[in-house]
Each structure stands twice: as C-alpha cells, then as structure tokens.
Design a protein around this ligand. Structure first.
Ligand SMILES: [Zn+2]
Length: 173
C-alpha cells in the first residue's frame, strides 16, 4: 500500500500559522508527518513524505509516486482565539475521501480529547488534484493557547501521529 503524508507548509519558505509563543505550523506538521510515516512504515506501508512550498509540487509528487491514499497535515488558526479543536476535510461527501477523513477525525478526538469540529468539505488544491482518496487534517488551533500548548508538546505530537496512523489503518479495514 502506497501512502503520501504531506506536512502542510514548508519550513524556511512558509511558516504557516504562528502561535502566540512563536510556534510555527510548518515545524509542528513536519514533526508529525515524520512520526506518522514512521508508524506506517512499521506496518509495511510504502510511504512518501512530502513537504514542498508549491502545492502542485506536492500533488505531482504524490501522483507520480502512485499513492493509494493521501493525507495532508495542518494546524488551524482563527481570528477568534477561543476557537479550538480538530477538523478533517475531504473534497466531497459520500466517497472514500469522507471515509478516510472520518477515520482520522475519530481517532484524534477519541485519543487526544480535542474538541470535535467534525468532518467538512473544501475544494483545497491538494484534495482536488490528488488522484486517490485524500484528506486534510487540522490537528488543533495553533492560535488558541490551550491547543498551542498541546501542539508544542513532543509527547502530544506523537499521540497525534499515532492517531492519524490508526485512522489510516481503520480506513483500510
Ligand atoms: Zn496550514
């Protein structure tokens, strides 16, 4: 099984969202991406880790690789700093993308106890231009003090990674 794991935003090019303490989304998602890839390789998956600045570079790499599924990892931010929790996106409802998003969302919420903001749809470039089932997970809100503390914590990042890997295996059952 071939899987692409994408850390959204490229360190050094685009920090992504930045928390009050200076924690950068790009740094958090790189770490989580590497951990997810490690867990998936442990169960025999062929994993492409990709973190590029241009979105087409991400989807081109995944499509060339011939991925069977694609997961992009992000942290959320909102003007309202009270907003917190986890949400996972798919391109459209009723297909494998929704199933993949739902499996990841459920594992994160159940295991980390984050606020469940549900599965949503969006025409994100990486969801639209990948030639396989795809989901984009927003782990938590880096702009929320409580969520940022969680995202800064190595042990919590590892829990997020394990939850994503388990969500992927749930999807494949
Ligand atoms: Zn992002």
């Amino acid at each position: 099984m071939k899987m692409t794991i994408n850390g959204g935003h490229c360190p050094g090019f685009d920090s992504g969202a930045v928390g009050a303490t200076g924690l950068q989304e790009a740094v958090v998602v790189k770490d989580v991406m590497q951990r997810v890839a490690g867990y998936l390789r442990n169960i025999g998956s062929d994993v492409l880790e990709v973190q590029k600045n241009e979105l087409y570079q991400i989807t081109d790499a995944s499509n060339r690789f011939g991925a069977d599924l694609f997961v992009s990892i992000h942290c959320n931010a909102a003007v309202n700093r009270a907003a917190q929790g986890t949400e996972t996106y798919c391109y459209s409802l009723g297909g494998p993308g929704e199933k993949l998003a739902g499996c990841i969302q459920r594992q994160i919420v159940n295991n980390l106890g984050t606020v469940d903001r549900g599965v949503k749809t969006d025409r994100f470039y990486v969801l639209k231009n990948t030639a396989c089932p795809a989901a984009l997970v927003e782990l938590a809100f880096i702009g929320n003090p409580e969520d940022e503390k969680m995202l800064a914590d190595q042990a919590k990042r590892d829990e997020f990674a394990r939850a994503i890997a388990r969500g992927i295996t749930d999807y494949l059952l």
